[in-house]
Design a protein around this ligand. Structure first.
Ligand SMILES: [Zn+2]
Length: 257
């Protein structure tokens, strides 16, 4: 733990009495609590349970965002990281089409599998963030954006056409969950430098960015290229399922990191 982490004075512990984070002031607003510039975002953790999966044995804990009501899930390796390294952390934004149905319009499902395998091997936590579908615009809007993408817009332009933000996600609750889990310094499994910046603002120190690139596909190469070109994602795009990276690409793409 460092000075950039939690204050260490116990303020971050959930209040066992009512399950609420004990930072609410008399007027109901939540106050900055430790002078480190971090605005707290109250969350409430539940019991830790075993979660045996196809990717290995994990432990899981649900966290409720007490501001939005969103229910997130922390899935962790049962053992701490080896060699005293900082834990691997993946902030995985919910993607129904990718995570559940294995959609190739994006790379979310493959990223999820890759992250769980890495965390099983090296130790750490995947925080599955619900309510972040389509970079925060929701499932129905994401599918609308797909329709626009099929008409030729890229993933950024499609959101703009819908009058929606390109990235509406907020990481304050995620940062608070990490802090309450004692994960103040992390190795972040992500290609998205913006996530690193947002976490830093929320008080979580990213000591290393660990790339999570999975091979591109015909169906998602344009989406990934857009993330690289327009959203500054650190992608190489040099491996491709089904041969060389195509020069002309289909009009499929989508969301998320
Ligand atoms: Zn996705």
């Amino acid at each position: 733990m460092t000075a950039s982490g939690a204050s260490g004075n116990g303020h971050h512990l959930p209040d066992p009495g009512n399950g609420h984070h004990a930072t609410a002031s008399a007027n109901g607003h939540h106050q900055a609590e430790s002078g480190n510039g971090r605005v707290p975002h109250p969350v409430s953790g539940g019991p830790i349970v075993q979660l045996p999966t196809a990717f290995g044995d994990f432990i899981a804990q649900a966290w409720i965002d007490l501001v939005t009501g969103a229910e997130h899930l922390a899935v962790s390796s049962p053992n701490p990281p080896k060699d005293g390294k900082a834990p691997l952390v993946r902030l995985h934004s919910e993607c129904l089409t990718g995570d559940v149905f294995g959609s190739y319009r994006c790379d979310c499902g493959e990223q999820l599998a890759y992250a769980l395998e890495m965390i099983r091997e090296e130790g750490g936590t995947l925080l599955y963030l619900r309510g972040q579908e389509g970079r925060g615009i929701g499932l129905a809007n994401k599918i609308k954006a797909y329709a626009l993408q099929e008409a030729g817009f890229d993933t950024v332009e499609a959101n703009e056409q819908l009058g929606l933000p390109v990235d509406a996600r907020c990481y304050k609750a995620a940062a608070q969950v990490l802090a309450e889990m004692g994960l103040h310094e992390v190795r972040l499994l992500s290609n998205n430098p913006d996530k690193q910046n947002r976490l830093a603002k929320a008080g979580v120190k990213v000591v290393e960015m660990v790339p999570t690139e999975v091979p591109s596909r015909d169906q998602n190469i344009r989406y990934l290229q857009t993330k690289k070109d327009r959203m500054e994602h650190r992608l190489v795009l040099d491996s491709h399922v089904g041969g060389a990276v195509p020069v002309t690409t289909p009009d499929f793409d989508h969301e998320q990191d």
